[in-house]
Design a protein around this ligand. Structure first.
Ligand SMILES: Nc1ncnc2c1ncn2[C@@H]1O[C@H](COP(=O)(O)OP(=O)(O)OP(=O)(O)O)[C@@H](O)[C@H]1O
Ligand SMILES: [Mg+2]
Length: 322
């Protein structure tokens, strides 16, 4: 056997034959044999053959090729994984769309009130314009997913992006007596991201921070640069060594117990009462981290508050847009 077969296959067959003789049973296995087009896969069964004195004198075997069947199973599995991801992404987009509609539904009735000051009126209108803009970006993202195109990543400065968004975020939480402090790094933070993903991730983080402070409080949005080495741990994603930009949303709210913290990235996990949370908000944060080769760290202590830090790979635009 060793003269005609490659070393590892010969070892496998001898091992199989030894098992048949030692254990006196049918031994089934799958063999992968290298071929010109990758490899061929065989399902084999070996069994002992007894003589009239009940002694094993031969080993019999049946083998048939299952390469095509296995390829079809793999393709089916890949397709179902793709559909699962597709479902999760569309679910989170629909969820973010609901956030946008909430702003419109709250502001438009207020605009009808005659007691409202012109300044307040102007603010509410600006809110609606921003929300409509976000809604339109989300629709574009849905169409992108439907067409299975890549996201539109651009080379952008993270601090500028956050600064442009702060007013909108502030207005999304004002009614709950929550204010936003911004502490951005002085260094420029070039990143290569899809702007809609950053907007949605920040909006969801700010809304989570707001919900964690039912009596009001301060949300701090900060940013910075970090060099990550092998010792860094991630709560979501992989902290691969390298240079990153980060944005952090911190609150002084209810915080999370460790057993809750472990579950929060599962789709549909929520501790909020029915109708208040769908458990999809953090999917937007995962989308951003995934698409930016980044990861997420969370620091949270019950009764003290929560810090969610999203790391994005610092890099410049590449021509292939990937
Ligand atoms: N800043 C925070 N403070 C305390 N708990 C948090 C915070 N952010 C997230 N969580 C916990 O993580 C859970 C999941 O958050 P996620 O944003 O995915 O969904 P949700 O906020 O419950 O619902 P949705 O975002 O769909 O309205 C929350 O229900 C809450 O228990
Ligand atoms: Mg949420």
């Amino acid at each position: 056997m060793r003269d005609v077969l490659p070393q590892d296959l010969a070892n496998l067959f001898s091992e199989r034959d030894r098992m048949v003789v030692d254990e006196l049973r049918v031994v089934e296995n799958e063999t992968h044999i290298p071929s010109e087009n990758g490899e061929r896969i065989f399902a084999a069964s070996s069994f002992p053959i007894y003589d009239s004195e009940d002694t094993v004198t031969l080993i019999g075997g049946v083998s048939f090729e299952i390469t095509d069947r296995r390829r079809a199973e793999e393709a089916e599995h890949r397709q179902s994984q793709k559909m699962e991801l597709f479902g999760q992404i569309t679910g989170s987009v629909a969820h973010d769309f609901n956030n946008v509609l909430t702003v419109l539904c709250c502001n438009l009735p207020l605009l009808k009130s005659e007691r409202i000051t012109p300044e307040k009126q102007q603010k509410l209108i600006n809110d609606c314009i921003d929300a409509a803009g976000m809604g339109s970006n989300l629709t574009k993202r849905l169409m992108t997913i439907a067409r299975k195109e890549a996201l539109t990543k651009t080379s952008i400065e993270l601090n500028t992006l956050i600064t442009d968004l702060v007013d909108f975020l502030q207005r999304s939480v004002t009614q709950q007596n929550v204010s936003i402090d911004v502490a951005l790094s002085e260094t420029r933070l070039p990143v290569f991201v899809d702007v809609v993903l950053v907007e949605m991730a920040l909006l969801n983080l700010v809304i989570n921070a707001r919900d964690a402070m039912p009596d009001g409080g301060i949300i701090t949005i900060s940013s910075g640069q970090a060099i990550i080495d092998e010792t860094t741990e991630a709560d979501w994603g992989t902290a691969a060594p390298g240079r990153y930009a980060f944005v952090q949303v911190a609150d002084g709210g209810v915080g999370m117990a460790p057993e809750i913290k472990k579950k929060i990235f599962k789709a549909f996990f929520t501790t909020k009462e029915k109708g208040k949370g769908t458990g999809l908000g953090l999917s937007a944060v995962q989308d951003l981290a995934r698409e930016s080769d980044g990861f997420v760290q969370i620091n949270s202590e019950p009764g003290k508050g929560t810090e969610v830090k999203v790391f994005l790979r610092s890099r410049r635009a590449r021509r292939d847009n990937s």
